[in-house]
Design a protein around this ligand. Structure first.
Ligand code: NAP
Length: 313
């Protein structure tokens, strides 16, 4: 049986949850559909220091608080994986693995997922020394030597978090300059037990069949291979959009990010996108919340305009 809502939100990270708060507070019926636990990438983030009103808060704690706000005006939440969205004009059908929904508005808030490097050993040792989440797995490597791969904000910030637990952290980067923001870089450079292995291409995650024992790297300048001994490898080499099932709507760019205008509106009336999944997102929690507020406000006007046309007809 098809369940009917004013607004169906695909994804329950900061952007989706904020849209839910705004829309349900405006008395619209709202369903958030999320693949796993609400919170999105906040669940994989150690300390958040750039979200207003908190000096510092753990990502999962912020997720809990946002979930409480997003459901207090009646928005519902369910687990599900969206397979397809069909646009019929004034209504949309949202098909998940086990349910079907009809909505006047669809919000794409499905975020992005940590990219894999794609080297031998990465999948084999995932969960056995290879991790994409410092806050989840860092404690397993207390007082040990940890390797972090990547040079962006995620790699550098999570390396700083891991340095509080580990004996030493080595950041392996493929160039000789970081991509991370200056403040994140400075903190890492100023931390005694973080060192850098520059110009290194990761060739393989090696192990003893049970667990990781090291990372094989190639020095791009000298062309020499070497192995950095470690039992813990944290990979932060960028993110890809979660837009599977949305390909036929014509709202994605060639890499799968959703294209929107400043009002979060895609080119399909009644379909909006918010947060990291948007091509133009700056991929910050505060920005995702801002996107959610804009969409939550604008979608109300859109739904009003639908009823106005019904009255006129
Ligand atoms: P990112 O900014 O795209 O950085 C990815 C890093 O991984 C780059 O340094 C890149 O190297 C490297 N890399 C990519 N593919 C690789 C491969 N195959 N092997 C080895 N290294 C590889 O990704 P991110 O750090 O996940 O951040 C994603 C977005 O979220 C960014 O916009 C970031 O600013 C934002 N973010 C913000 C915060 C914050 O403000 N507190 C925290 C986390 C993330 P190159 O530099 O050579 O390309």
């Amino acid at each position: 049986m098809t369940q009917k809502y004013d607004v169906v939100i695909i994804g329950a990270g900061p952007a989706g949850m904020t849209t839910a708060t705004y829309a349900s507070r405006a008395n619209l019926s709202v369903m958030m559909i999320n693949k796993g636990i609400y919170g999105g990438q906040m669940n994989d983030t150690a300390e958040v220091e750039n979200y207003p009103a908190f000096d510092s808060i753990l990502g999962p704690d912020l997720a809990e608080k946002m979930y409480a706000s997003s459901t207090r005006f009646g928005a519902e939440y369910t687990f599900g994986e969206v397979q397809n969205v069909i646009d019929h004009g004034k209504t949309k059908t949202i098909v998940t693995d086990d349910e079907q929904y009809e909505a006047k508005v669809v919000i794409v808030a499905s975020g992005a997922t940590h990219r894999h490097i794609g080297v031998p050993g990465e999948d084999k040792y995932s969960g056995r020394g290879v991790s994409y989440c410092a806050v989840c797995d860092g404690a397993f490597f207390k007082n040990e030597q940890i390797v972090v791969i990547g040079g962006g904000d995620s790699a550098v910030e999570e390396a700083s978090y891991l340095a509080n637990l580990a004996k030493d952290v080595t950041i392996v980067h493929r160039r000789d300059q970081l991509r991370a923001s200056r403040i994140a870089q400075k903190r890492a450079f100023d931390t005694d037990n973080i060192d850098f292995s520059w110009n290194k291409r990761t060739e393989e995650i090696i192990g003893d069949d049970e667990k990781v024992t090291g990372v094989k790297v190639l020095d791009k300048i000298s062309n020499q291979e070497s192995v950095i001994k470690t039992n813990g490898v944290f990979i932060y080499v960028g993110i890809d959009p979660n837009t599977q099932g949305l390909e036929n709507l014509g709202i994605l760019d060639e890499k799968g990010w959703v294209l929107t205008d400043d009002n979060m509106q895609t080119k399909v009336p009644g379909i909006y996108a918010v947060g990291d999944v948007r091509k133009d997102s700056i991929r910050q929690i505060a920005a995702a919340v801002g996107d959610g507020a804009v969409a939550g406000k604008i979608l109300f006007d859109y739904i009003q305009s639908l009823s106005d046309t019904e009255i006129e007809a």
